[in-house]
Design a protein around this ligand. Sequence first.
Ligand code: 13P
Length: 255
Amino acid sequence: MRKKIIAGNWKMNKLPNETINFIEELAPLVKSTQNEVILCVPYTDLFYALLTAQNTNIKIGAQNMHFEESGAYTGEISAKMLKAINVEYVIIGHSERRQYFKETDETVNKKVKAAFQNGLKPIVCVGETLEQREAQKTEEIITNQTELALEGLTDEQVKNTIIAYEPIWAIGTGKTATKEDANNSIKAIRNKIAKNYGQKVANSVIIQYGGSVKSTNAKELFEMSDIDGGLVGGASLKVDEFSKIVNFENNNSNN
Ligand code: 13P
């Protein structure tokens, strides 16, 4: 059985003092969950988040990294730097980075490899635009993105990659994919991984759904056969809301 992983992506939000308060309030609310809890925070909050989350079940991730280990890349942060302060996870290839910062499937692949070389666990984002969806290209786009992101990885590395299926039209819009649609897209991603790395590897890869996840829809989404939790943006900024998403099993799906 795959576990559920619920990760918050704070994007460019929260200062260190807000980070400390958030984690201090969240920790008791999620301490009994069987699900894995990750907060991906801005670089400037990482150190504070890591200190505050010590002795809790909350894991800390970054939202990006460079694929080179060091060098003349003004303003960039490497996997080695993240690892040195004990960061465990890193989001790679979020659609906002692909859209605003020109990340490509090639840079995503380089970053995934660099993350593994430095002992970080990547959360790789894939997803289609509304235009691609309307042109019936969803499956082709997301399976291609997945294939290219994982190119050249060992079976073991693929097993340890978290994939987040985030349809771009559902991010920050309040529109969520239906649970059936999200599950089917995730199944298509898993089938592609099975084709390239075998069914056993595919069965153990965690594939999350992201895009307007809230406490009111988390349960129905996360209970689907292939959806292994979520990558949560806006709703991860509020302790109460995020804790309900982490504890989704206790939510009443009708509220
Ligand atoms: P929202 O949950 O705000 O739609 O954002 C999703 C997302 O981009 C998480 O990475």
